[in-house]
Design a protein around this ligand. Sequence first.
Ligand SMILES: [Zn+2]
Length: 353
Amino acid sequence: MSARWLREGRSNASAAAGAEPSKRRLVSPLGQGEALSRWLQLARRGQLPHGFLVEGPRGGGKTTVIEYFTAALLCPSDLDPDGPCGVCRTCSRIANGLHPDVHLLDLAQDEADKKAWKKSFYVVTVEQVRRAQEELQRHAIEGRARVLVIADADCLGEEGQNALLKTLEEPGLATFLLLEATRPENLLPTVHSRVQRLRVRPLDEGTITRELSARMPNQSARFPTALALAAGSLGAALEACTEHAVQIHDLVLGMLAEPDRLRPVAITRTVLATSSEPRLHGDSVRSFLRTLRACLRQQRDALAAAATATYPDSCAEPWTTWLELTLAAERDLDLMIPPEQVLTACLVSFAGN
Ligand SMILES: [Zn+2]
């Protein structure tokens, strides 16, 4: 074992720039129950299917699950037969993105990718897939296995997915492809037939509140809003406690305070301006839509609670329409329509209703 530790240490020296990677610790996924445990046990024995798809909503913990599976495949420790030990050097390097046997393919990683991304808008390119495959072939396994993680696999175009098929079919010895997807229906049937699937479950409010209290104890005033926005996603709840989320929340409240003076283009511009860089525009628009939806639900529920028995049911109708508009806009974002266009169109419809 010690020889491998040395090999891993040497080959990784450039990535770690001589520093001991110990900043982030491996996090075990919360509230995922039996299915996760079963797959993890297989991963520990190196018997995980070679093509594995983790699916679920954005911010629902897919990345944490994939990282944990990766560690389960690679961790050399005998400490826990059913999961990675979480404390060894291998686990620590996986948690910090520094393990030489772990290859990550995600959106726009370098300048060439960014150019392609601008052209094709939010797509994992076929060139990225080919590069990742070449790297996988070239790279000798240093530990127990090698892993190619494909984040946002549902953003792979048809060409990219087709390029993946052969690797999914014959990945090579001890090689695993872990795919992550928010919209698994975007993947071709030929990809689906070559992977096993795990759906990440939404978390209950108690679990989310416990995690928020542990991680952001000073933000407790925001917890009720965060829970309303979370819809079972810890990622969304944590995000709702950030400065950016407060900015977005203020924008939504401002807009709802004067619905008759709604200015779609101006609001869209302000929402986009809250992003630190253009590639995050989609995230800002998504965050705005979710916050708007949570606030609309609060308004509707308050109205329903105040309504008398004679109050007509139809009074909930505009809210239903508005909620549907925000959902449709999120679907448009998933379909890779530019965020600016999506939000402006949504707000124009909103003003017209
Ligand atoms: Zn370990």
